[in-house]
Design a protein around this ligand. Sequence first.
Ligand SMILES: N[C@@H](CCC(=O)N[C@@H](CS)C(=O)NCC(=O)O)C(=O)O
Length: 287
Amino acid sequence: MVQLVDGDIKTREVLDWKGVHLLHASGSSCSQKLRIFLSVKGIAWESHLIDLHANENFRPWFLGINPRGLVPVLVHDGVVHIESNDIITHLEKSFPAPKLIPAGFENEVAKLLRHEDDLHMDLRTLSFRFVFNPPGPPKSAEALQSYAANGSGTVQGAADPDKAAQIAFWERAAREGFSDERSRASAQKFRVAFAEIDQRLAASPYLLGDALSVLDIAWFIYAHRLSLGGYPIARLHPRVAAWMGKLAARPDFAREIASPPEVMAHIAATRRAHEQAGKTLEAIAGF
Ligand SMILES: N[C@@H](CCC(=O)N[C@@H](CS)C(=O)NCC(=O)O)C(=O)O
């Protein structure tokens, strides 16, 4: 559970925030996952939008709340929680109904959510290459300098290596983009993960049985993002595609994955350009 301690937090005003506050970004996959969770749970929350395109997450105010510089962040009655899956686990305890982590499955869910989080940088690689497709380096050198220089640099009182890993990711992206080789390796990991999910769905309508759980929410978001990037889910993993369709038909899911028309137009234009160049996700991954 990543609950920050007093010394980690430099933006002191959040300590007075009462109730459930979410610092999040509209198109961020981890934020979408958490917002669907909150919606299914019926938890009322206050929104604090963080503009990732404007690098608001690398400014002192935000880094003073989350030294890792990532969204989402939960402030619950003045206590700051980071890491989306830890936030979900905390909220599941505080708001037990409806149950989204079935009784007796706590350890399995924790393990499977860790696996999902381990693939986050792979999702980011494929998202930047095939969905967002920015024309140049995703993060400027100035933004990264501000990222490096601000915030306490500690998580739970200990020096936190995560920020340096994030900065290394963005610096490498600026140097070499999101290469075919890295994209292929990331896509292959998802192929293995989706094959496992497809197997689970052969046995039950949801990933953990007959009822929706946090795992369905988490993997739905990944599957949705990758299908935007052209991952051939229906062809390779038909049960996953059917399960996705069922979840996407729910208003609480549909609302969070809706993108403005200009974003959808950019994604479609990216796909056309990649098709013309023979550089689609399918082609690069060899699917
Ligand atoms: N392990 C973290 C990952 C959080 C993460 O990487 N969030 C992304 C958005 S999905 C972010 O804040 N990116 C920062 C950026 O794009 O500058 C979690 O689960 O909360």
